[in-house]
Unconditional design. Structure first.
Length: 167
């Protein structure tokens, strides 16, 4: 496994969570949801209507993660109506990632599926944001291989992987 093999990293982290009490898995998911919510911060000013929808869905997901039985159909419908055009910004990527994570979490997926999906989405989104930074720095589009090579040495990517491995 390379340091940018997202599928293997997500499987490893989700597998480790599966050996621990369920509450640990939900805490891991909630920590990634919260992290991405904060990373999306500048987007909430751009898209206030989406902030209300995502904030409500996040509250519902946290309640469900803590064991509360709450209906989520309206939240899933609101998230599924995501209609913000990609403006190329980091915050757009983070908003999209959080919406994707929450739809899975609120669609009655089991903990193992939710954890794997949350971790994969977090890593994929982080990879995309950082690869876009590398391309901007290079002043040109870069290949997947160039992105993987560059990110394998990037301390921001290493922190993201380290975070996932400590969940």
């Amino acid at each position: 496994m390379t340091s940018v093999d997202i599928s293997a990293l997500a499987a490893e982290a989700a597998g480790a969570l599966a050996t621990r009490p369920p509450a640990d898995g939900w805490v891991a998911c909630a920590s990634l949801w919260a992290r991405v919510y904060v990373q999306a911060g500048p987007g909430w000013a751009k898209w206030p209507h989406l902030h209300m929808t995502v904030g409500g869905a996040l509250t519902t997901a946290l309640a469900r993660a803590s064991g509360a039985e709450v209906a989520a159909e309206e939240d899933v419908a609101g998230l599924s109506a995501f209609d913000v055009e990609d403006d190329g910004s980091d915050e757009w990527q983070h908003v999209l990632d959080l919406v994707t994570m929450l739809v899975a979490a609120l669609s009655d997926d089991d903990l193992a599926s939710t954890a794997h999906h949350t971790i994969s989405t977090y890593l994929e989104g982080t990879f995309t944001v950082l690869a876009n930074d590398l391309a901007r720095d290079a002043g040109r589009p870069i290949s997947q291989q160039d992105a993987e090579e560059g990110l394998s040495r990037d301390p921001r990517w290493q922190r993201a992987v380290g975070l996932v491995r400590t969940l």
